[in-house]
Design a protein around this ligand. Structure first.
Ligand code: PXL
Length: 258
């Protein structure tokens, strides 16, 4: 059995974070392990409380998993602050965890911060160079590059510039860009590839980023090449959005069974 590890935060509502990641791993037939970075008291309406875990505890969780289980792929989600980013980067390097998908989570769906502003630099310098793939949305890419991204042309330039920060590939997600279609751009040293999917009109979008990066990590754990993994993960996300169960009074979760 293939094993994937998620290094991310807990969403008590179950739609995002570690809970979304483990459901997604399960859906792809991959055994899921987890290292928690933070805990949110949260539902589909928003985050009520947020508590970061000690960086040494995050490191120890990764160590415990990696010393015993064959981790075939991993992903990171919400990391909280610079000290946790450092601990994760150290553990990933020390235990040679690869391939690694880094989802540079900065805010929860309702806008609550999940990464301290000062941690963006640590993410760029410490974790991105260890990443097989980073998966920023437009807002995260803007924060990483400190400039607005309004058009597909600007998105393409941004994807290339993010590649220069050291990851082997960049998936710049277009869900937050204007237009009929959600266009994601995959930048690798070979060039930029566009993945198009119909925009699904729904307010049930809680955990879309977590679910996509977890699906990619699961498919990489199964040995799929990156391009195929991204395409298959995106098709899964579209189905999960289209068949969202309509739970909760706010931004509801996806259908992870899709
Ligand atoms: O989708 C980003 C995200 C990641 N991790 C946790 C979250 C969220 C969004 O709400 O709660 C724990």
């Amino acid at each position: 059995m293939q094993v994937a590890l998620t290094i991310a935060g807990s969403d008590s509502g179950g739609g995002a974070g570690v809970q979304a990641d483990l459901k997604t791993f399960f859906r792809f037939g991959v055994y899921g392990a987890s290292a928690l970075t933070l805990v949110t008291a949260q539902n589909t309406l928003g985050v009520r409380r947020l508590e970061l875990l000690p960086p040494e505890l995050v490191y120890a969780q990764i160590q415990s998993v990696a010393e015993d289980l064959p981790v075939h792929a991993a992903k990171t989600g919400a990391l909280g602050d610079a000290a946790i980013v450092e601990a994760v980067a150290e553990a990933v390097a020390r235990f040679r965890i690869a391939p690694l998908v880094v989802d540079p989570v900065m805010v929860a769906k309702g806008g609550d911060p999940l990464l301290a502003p000062g941690a963006v630099q640590a993410l760029k310098t410490r974790l991105f160079p260890l990443a097989t793939l980073i998966t920023p949305n437009r807002l995260e890419a803007e924060a990483l590059l400190q400039r607005p991204i309004r058009t597909l042309q600007e998105a393409e330039e941004a994807a290339r510039d993010l590649l220069d920060l050291g990851p082997r590939a960049v998936l710049l997600k277009g869900g937050h860009l204007e237009g009929e279609e959600a266009v994601d751009l995959l930048a690798t040293p070979e060039g930029v590839l566009a993945f198009r999917a119909p925009r699904v009109p729904t307010r049930h979008t809680h955990g879309t980023g977590c679910t996509l990066s977890a699906a990619i990590a699961a498919l990489l754990a199964l040995g799929k090449p990156l391009e195929g993994a991204v395409g298959e993960a995106k098709a899964y996300l579209t189905r999960a959005l289209e068949t969202a169960p309509g739970l909760g009074r706010g931004h509801g979760p996806l259908n992870h069974f899709a």
